[in-house]
Design a protein around this ligand. Structure first.
Ligand SMILES: *[C@@H]1O[C@H](CO)[C@@H](O)[C@H](O)[C@H]1NC(C)=O
Ligand SMILES: *[C@@H]1O[C@H](CO)[C@@H](O)[C@H](O)[C@H]1NC(C)=O
Ligand SMILES: *[C@@H]1O[C@H](CO)[C@@H](O)[C@H](O)[C@H]1NC(C)=O
Ligand SMILES: *[C@@H]1O[C@H](CO)[C@@H](O)[C@H](O)[C@H]1NC(C)=O
Length: 491
């Protein structure tokens, strides 16, 4: 299972464990390089620590995360550079300056002077805002991002730098740091193309102390042009229904989209929009369409909004993985180009429903020895570049399912087991509801649900259907008898 920390969990823990619970081992950072990919709703940050052990048997390396960063962090994963397996991370306590320590278990202890490169990857959400806050329909879009100049660490650092990478070389402004002459005699910041680099800063002492942060830490702001719409899903409600009876998995998403780009200044002109689109000069802060990757083998896809069916979208379905060889199927998906009914301007919302069926056998397995069914249910479908602020995933199991177990890819904000009752159900179906917040592209993973369906439950549905049919049949018999009687009398 993926090693994952959510900001809220950490803050929660912080209130319980306020003191440092471990004594720190001795390391030195030969170098720290942080790369920030300036995005819209999502900002990806990769920090690489080149670490040297100062003592033998060093097996726990600690990093410090500033509180300003922690509240924005929705995903964190820590690995040894070049290795696929995430490292085990435990909470190391809150610090006086509001930062938090995370303890990382190294795969094997280092001897003195032993080195390792540790890569910390995070995804930040709600980290940018439109700046200026309003833009006319034909104006470009720019965003503001803020971060803390120094990467905090409990160890001395030989050299440290931060690169901010934009997709557009048009960087409107960026802060020049103050009071950094202790660490560099050169220009403290440099811009080259679409990248702004802070540092190199040399010989930085242990930076996790209040002394250091109060003297040197500072907020850096950067204002950059951004060429893509800033999309937030304010609410995703995913309903997943498992039916053994119909051998079907139905997935339905209700999505509330919000364009978090600059608010539209003045009125929206469809003519201007169409002219811009015609000359391929569609502006960055207008969302006209986006592409979704849906599973292979889906059928009966539907897409409607509050007004009705939306017919302007294109779906190209890939064949069901079962129908192909088992190789080359992983990368297969159906492609939906989804067009909202109207172009979505900054500050506007759009609500739609998207659903599809797929063969249950594509995502379910039955284990004969344990008698358990296991079904894989994706938490979400990625909307490129978007954050999902609030998600609710409801998985409805077959009627009579018992011994329900589940495994989540990362902890949910909440989960509960309820009962869902529909037509032709006699006892209702067990349902599990998961709630999540601030989902990103790194959260595109699956929940596994496992359960047993006793034979009696398998028979219950046919029995319910049979009762209805028998009722109808019995009724028609009576009708015919009456009918016959009438005929008889006439005859
Ligand atoms: C999600 O982000 C919002 C806004 O930044 C924040 O208030 C909320 O606590 C976050 N939720 C979780 C579970 O991290
Ligand atoms: C570690 O490296 C330093 C300098 O390169 C050297 O002086 C020291 O002896 C080394 N320590 C060990 C235990 O090898
Ligand atoms: C919407 O489309 C579905 C199938 O594509 C169809 O069954 C339904 O009647 C349509 N509804 C309206 C209001 O057009
Ligand atoms: C969009 O939805 C948000 C709440 O999710 C609301 O505050 C805002 O006013 C809505 N915008 C419009 C233009 O309706």
């Amino acid at each position: 299972m993926q090693q994952c920390w959510r900001a809220r969990t950490l803050l929660l823990l912080a209130s319980v464990l306020s003191a440092l619970s471990t004594s720190l081992q001795s390391f030195e950072n030969s170098g720290i390089v942080r790369t920030i990919d300036l995005g819209g709703s999502l900002v990806h940050v990769t920090t690489t620590y080149a670490v040297r052990a100062l003592d033998d048997k060093a097996d726990t390396y600690s990093i410090a995360v500033a509180k300003e960063e922690l509240v924005k962090t929705s995903w964190i994963e820590i690995k040894v550079k070049g290795q696929p397996k995430p490292l085990t991370v435990s909470y190391g306590g809150g610090l006086e300056n509001g930062a938090h320590l995370l303890n990382i278990a190294l795969p094997k202890p280092l001897a003195a002077n032993g080195t390792v490169n540790i890569v910390v990857e995070t995804v930040q959400t709600h980290a940018t805002r439109p700046w200026p806050e309003r833009a006319a329909q034909d104006e470009s879009q720019s965003l503001k991002y803020e971060y803390q100049l120094f990467v905090l660490s409990p160890y001395k650092t030989v050299v440290q730098r931060t690169k901010l990478k934009s997709t557009n070389p048009s960087i409107i402004s960026y802060t020049t740091p103050e009071n950094v002459q202790d660490f560099t005699l050169e220009n403290p910041v440099a811009k080259s193309g679409a990248t702004v680099t802070y540092g190199p800063y040399r010989n930085i002492p242990e930076s996790f102390t209040v002394d250091f942060t109060s003297k040197y830490q500072q907020t850096i702001a950067i204002n950059y042009a951004y060429d893509f719409p800033v999309i937030e899903v304010t609410k995703l409600t995913r309903g997943v229904e498992i039916s053994h009876w119909a051998a079907n998995l139905n997935v339905q998403d209700e999505v509330v989209l919000h364009n978090a780009g600059p608010e539209l200044k003045g009125h929206f002109s469809r003519l201007q929009h169409q002219t811009q689109a015609y000359f391929s000069r569609a502006v960055a802060h207008v969302l006209s369409s986006f592409t979704l990757h849906l599973p292979a083998g889906i059928r009966n896809a539907y897409y409607h909004d509050l007004i009705g069916n939306v017919s302007t979208s294109h779906l190209r379905t890939a064949p069901s993985p079962r129908k192909l060889g088992s190789q080359a199927t992983q990368s297969q998906y159906s492609v939906l180009e989804l067009k909202p009914r109207y172009p979505l301007m900054g500050g506007w919302n759009y609500t739609y429903t998207l659903g599809w069926d797929s063969p249950l056998e594509d995502s379910a397995k039955y284990d004969v020895t344990s008698g358990r069914h296991t079904v894989e249910v994706p938490v979400m479908t990625e909307i490129p570049g978007a954050v999902i602020e609030d998600a609710e995933v409801k998985i409805i199991l077959p009627e009579g399912a018992i011994d329900v177990e589940y495994a989540v890819p990362y902890p949910a904000v909440s989960s509960e087991v309820t009962t869902h009752i529909t037509y032709l159900d006699t006892v209702g179906r067990p349902a599990i509801v998961f709630k999540y917040q601030n989902l990103t592209n790194r959260h595109v993973k699956s929940i596994y649900v496992s359960y047993k369906v006793p034979l009696s439950a398998h028979l219950r549905k046919p029995a319910a259907v049979a009762t209805v049919l028998l009722g109808l049949f019995g009724f028609s018999l009576i009708v015919r008898r009456i009918d016959l009687t009438i005929h008889k009398k006439r005859a």
